[in-house]
Design a protein around this ligand. Structure first.
Ligand code: NAP
Length: 294
């Protein structure tokens, strides 16, 4: 039986990957998060002593780090908190993983890039983050590389699953609004936690270590994404396309976001021959699941 520790198991990705791995007979999924709850054990990844004791006790095959400070605007006002969770947390886990010979899967973000390019970023492009979230996540990646050998860093983007996310926000707003304004000059690849969990599983059992991009295929803007969500759900709310400048005028406290943060899953393709689902397919599956749960 292999112990696999999930950190941030109560978050969007933590829930999805825990559910997926629980179906495997030879795996014992150990769910942890900052708060103890039902089958979730409390583990604060920013506390090195706690992390070392926990990993020593469980001797996991792998640690999958899904914990993060994901509130992009919040990070801007709380650099200390963001560095603690997005940088020191993965550092602690990597030190423990290395000492107790575990693999570590660490999830990172498209926001490590500036977004001023005009073609999808590969893993061979140089990060240059423009926000507190991006900078602290990049520092986390660097610690993982510095302290552990058996690592998979997987950068994902525009993630949605079981939890708070952009899709749910748009669905909620559409209940009361006839029109909605959404940014059309930021491009990316919306990715479901289901697709990302498949990518994690694809790598987890291998020794194909390194940094990977792990997003759905295809490109859209936030406005186009919203239109597709409304089309599938047969929602009549009109989507008004606005620029990032216009959005910034309306939300002066918002963090800068990359204009073009499309990731090419280049490493997955050239090392595994793995091609992820297209974003349009993934959102359809996700919304069908929401409809079935009603
Ligand atoms: N969401 C996106 O659009 C997006 C895009 C690109 C990359 N990513 C990356 O994908 C990964 C998963 O994101 P997600 O959306 O699933 O995140 P999420 O839903 O925000 O979940 C993060 C979890 O970490 C927990 N946590 C907070 N502080 C902790 C601590 N000190 N120790 C342990 N756990 C702690 C949170 O608990 P509380 O809720 O109680 O704070 C939450 O349950 C992250 O690495 C994120 O950076 C996300």
């Amino acid at each position: 039986m292999k112990n696999i520790i999930i950190t941030g198991a109560n978050g969007q990705l933590g829930r999805a990957i825990s559910n997926k791995l629980k179906k495997q007979e030879d795996v014992n999924v150990i769910k942890t998060d900052i708060l103890e709850e039902n089958d979730i054990t409390s583990l604060d990844i920013t506390n090195l002593n706690q992390v070392m004791d926990f990993i020593e006790n469980k001797r996991p095959y792998a640690i999958i780090n899904c914990a993060a400070y994901t509130n992009v605007d919040g990070c801007e006002k709380d650099w200390d908190g963001a560095y603690k969770l997005n940088s020191i947390g993965p550092r602690n886990l990597s030190i423990a993983a290395e000492k107790f010979d575990a693999k570590i899967v660490h999830i990172s973000t498209d926001y490590v890039f500036s977004g001023d390019g005009d073609r999808p970023y590969t893993e061979f492009d140089t990060p240059s983050p423009i926000s507190a979230y991006g900078k602290t996540k990049l520092a986390g990646e660097e610690f993982v590389k510095q302290f552990s050998n058996k690592y998979f860093i997987i950068r994902t983007a525009w993630l949605y699953g079981d939890g708070k996310n952009f899709v749910k926000t748009m669905l909620r707003l559409s209940e009361t609004m006839q029109e909605i304004s959404v940014v059309d000059d930021q491009l990316g690849s919306p990715t479901s936690t289901e697709v990302l969990s498949n990518i994690i599983e694809e790598l987890l059992w291998t020794e194909n270590y390194g940094t990977f991009h792990g997003t759905c295929e295809g490109i859209c803007s936030w406005a186009e994404f919203t239109e597709e969500i409304f089309r599938i759900m047969n929602i009549k709310t009109k989507v008004n396309f606005i620029s990032s400048n216009e959005y910034a005028r309306q939300h002066p406290d918002a963090a800068s976001r990359p204009a073009y943060s499309v990731l090419d899953n280049y490493m997955l393709k050239i090392t595994n021959g793995y091609v992820a689902d297209d974003w349009k397919k993934a959102i359809k599956v996700y919304l069908n699941d929401i409809n079935n749960q009603k």
